[in-house]
Design a protein around this ligand. Structure first.
Ligand code: CAA
Length: 268
């Protein structure tokens, strides 16, 4: 913690270069307090490879410390068509040789790091979703704090239909948002949820016309940046722990965070 009660980030590691990110199907634009990560393989509907997920993890590790909001978006007609199905050719040996469960566990944990940083309290993350968000793409949207959807957005948890489980951190936020029965229904039918239903289920905070997506995201970013940075960090930390805490634990957490705020604001 700093004197002001704001969590200090570890020193950022090397920012991945433009070519390296392009190789992973990603683009990163940092403009002051806002970083925009673009899934950038439109000719493959932003299908993601292992390199994409490692690239996302590298972006998370290397974000400049003054970035407060991260926007994730997709180039072309879709947010993301999920895993690049080419990764399954050859019987999926890229995941596992079938013999070493521990190695596969470590391998998948490495891929999940591309998603987990999006919940860090020092940033607010927004998925700007248009077109398809399938499988790993849906999970990427779920990994963000907020989802702004275009009216053409289509969410689908396809994994069970392919014989897999959603393993890119998506099951927890999905259940947190829609509850177990609805999550079960969505996953086990692998049906597509359109934008209006997504808004009703809480899978999108806002639905806007497709041509208004960028403007809606920009407005949200402006509103988020208007809030005191320390209060934003502390409040995000507080809210994300609320579901796991008892009332007593949460009350104590509120007191702790407020003491930090009071110290920063009034020096006491
Ligand atoms: N992997 C690789 N290539 C893909 C792809 C994917 N997931 N999705 C689309 N593409 C490619 C297509 O093969 C096509 O290539 P060509 O031009 O060379 O033919 C190109 O992108 C455009 O695709 P479409 O012509 O199909 O575009 P569309 O707009 O008509 O349809 C779509 C878009 C609905 C996303 C459709 O492409 C589709 O259903 N894609 C597959 C989605 C899928 O099953 N993803 C896996 C989800 S499970 C997951 O993600 C698992 C996990 O994390 C572990």
């Amino acid at each position: 913690m700093t004197d002001a009660g704001v969590e200090r980030r570890p020193e950022p590691v090397r920012v991945p270069g433009e070519a390296e990110l392009a190789e992973a199907g990603l683009r990163l634009d940092v403009d002051g307090a806002v970083a925009t990560v673009t899934l950038n393989r439109p000719e493959r509907r932003n299908a993601m490879t292992f390199a994409t997920w490692r690239g996302l993890a590298a972006i998370g590790r290397s974000l400049p410390s003054d970035v407060r909001v991260v926007v994730l978006k997709g180039e072309g007609p879709s947010f993301s068509a999920g895993i690049d199905l080419g990764m399954f050719s050859g019987g999926g040996e890229g995941f596992s040789d079938g013999a070493d469960a521990e190695a596969t566990d470590r391998f998948i944990a490495g891929l999940q790091e591309g998603y987990t940083w999006l919940r860090r309290p020092d940033i607010v993350t927004i998925a700007a979703v248009h077109g398809h968000a399938i499988g790993g793409g849906f999970q990427l949207a779920l990994a963000c704090d907020l989802r702004v959807a275009a009216d053409d957005a289509k969410f689908c948890m396809k994994e069970p239909a392919l014989g897999l489980v959603p393993d890119l951190t998506g099951t927890k936020p999905l259940v947190e948002i829609v509850g177990v029965p609805r999550a079960l229904e969505l996953c086990l039918t692998a049906r597509t949820v359109l934008a209006d239903e997504a808004a009703r289920l809480g899978l999108a905070e806002i639905v806007v016309p497709r041509d208004g997506l960028d403007a809606a995201v920009a407005d949200l970013v402006t509103a988020l940046l208007a809030v005191n940075p320390g209060a934003a960090v502390a409040t995000k930390r507080l809210l994300w722990q609320a579901p796991e805490n008892t009332l007593e634990e949460q009350c104590a957490a509120e007191r702790r965070e407020q003491i930090g705020r009071l110290r920063e604001l009034f020096g006491k």
